[in-house]
Write a protein that binds this ligand. Structure first.
Ligand SMILES: Nc1ncnc2c1ncn2[C@@H]1O[C@H](COP(=O)(O)OP(=O)(O)OP(=O)(O)O)[C@@H](O)[C@H]1O
Length: 322
């Protein structure tokens, strides 16, 4: 059953058409990754979902109602890209405040705040002023505020942007446990396709204010084609060029490229290991790996298929501002 329905929605900022007839429906319990080019309209879409803006035309329905209505908005949590907090308050005080605003009963408030701190890994830093928090800690606190009061729908705008690998791992663990253990619906924007492949059941590619392609991650991956890329590392550039020439003569290979000691060849999955073995002992292959087609291929297909944005006299595309 769908919990988000976006029907033919458009939104402009002056001359800039940020969303252009976008439609999308999201089932309850889905973890949806939204990705696209810069300025494609993701943040604009998220603000509509969070009830912070209204569309110029079309309809946005979240949890059965209009997200600009207070009762519906209370079921949604939006974490913007640049969530900021009063620097003099501690993490615990900020979460307490959110718990109070969201009507968590007084007798359960402290316990709830404690649990949220634990979930986002901020227990040790709970009583420090957030002015001294690192960027990663700030992002985690932002996620914590979004989790207060057990929301039904989480809308997270690039929550891992600017985080170090440890911060990204901590965020991934929170999202994985939320999607495995609850039926919360999570919509998040990311430029990291590997993150979407790892965490999401579904993905949507937004291009020029519209959804270019959407569906289960697995289907998008399959639709992106069957070819795998075999990546070989040889001991010298000369050896790599010899191996590349050998591979180019094989019927099973598609495109073959070489850069330094690395050779990449496209082929069907079943042919990958035969190709490597076929190089035989004459070629000193130091390493090899097989990369499967992923969302990256689906993304490029969607972007390439979208009609080009028209250019104005200054040479800027009409989907961008200076
Ligand atoms: N308040 C605003 N005033 C004017 N133009 C805006 C405003 N907000 C967004 N835009 C424009 O609308 C378009 C869509 O912006 P939006 O922020 O939704 O894209 P995005 O996909 O989130 O981009 P990014 O990946 O770079 O964060 C862009 O051309 C942007 O410059």
């Amino acid at each position: 059953m769908s919990v988000i329905d976006i029907d033919d929605v458009s939104k402009a900022y002056g001359e800039v058409q940020a969303l252009d007839g976008l439609s999308l429906s999201v089932d309850r319990g889905t973890t949806l990754g939204v990705f696209g080019t810069n300025g494609a309209g993701k943040t604009t879409l998220f603000k509509l979902l969070a009830g912070l803006n209204r569309p110029d035309s079309g309809e946005v329905t979240v949890a059965g109602g209009d997200p600009t209505e207070t009762a519906v908005r209370g079921r949604i949590r939006y974490l913007p890209e640049d969530a900021g907090f009063p620097p003099n308050l501690t993490g615990r005080e900020i979460l307490r405040f959110h718990a109070r605003v969201r009507s968590t009963p007084a007798e359960r408030r402290e316990h709830h705040v404690e649990r949220v701190l634990d979930t986002v890994g901020l227990t040790a830093a709970a009583d420090r002023r957030v002015g001294g928090y690192s960027n990663g800690m700030n992002r985690r606190l932002g996620l914590g505020t979004a989790l207060v009061g057990r929301p039904e729908i989480l809308v997270l705008d690039e929550p891992t942007a600017g985080l170090d690998p440890e911060g990204i791992r901590a965020f991934h663990e929170v999202i994985e446990s939320l999607s495995n253990e609850t039926d919360v619906t999570i919509v998040f924007a990311s430029h990291a396709l590997s993150e979407i492949e790892r965490l999401c059941t579904d993905a949507a590619v937004v291009v020029d204010g519209d959804v270019a392609v959407a569906g289960p991650v697995e289907s998008l991956r399959c639709a992106a084609g069957d070819a795998v890329t075999v990546r070989l590392t040889l001991s010298t550039p000369t050896a790599a060029e010899d191996a590349a020439s050998h591979l180019r003569r094989q019927d099973a290979t598609g495109s073959v490229t070489r850069a330094g000691t690395v050779v990449e060849a496209d082929c069907l999955p079943a042919a990958a290991y035969d190709l490597v073995c076929g190089l035989g002992p004459d070629y000193d292959v130091e390493r090899f790996a097989v990369r499967e087609p992923g969302l990256e291929a689906a993304f490029h297909e969607a972007v390439d298929a979208a009609p080009p944005a028209s250019l104005d006299d200054s040479g800027q595309s009409d989907g961008e501002t200076a």
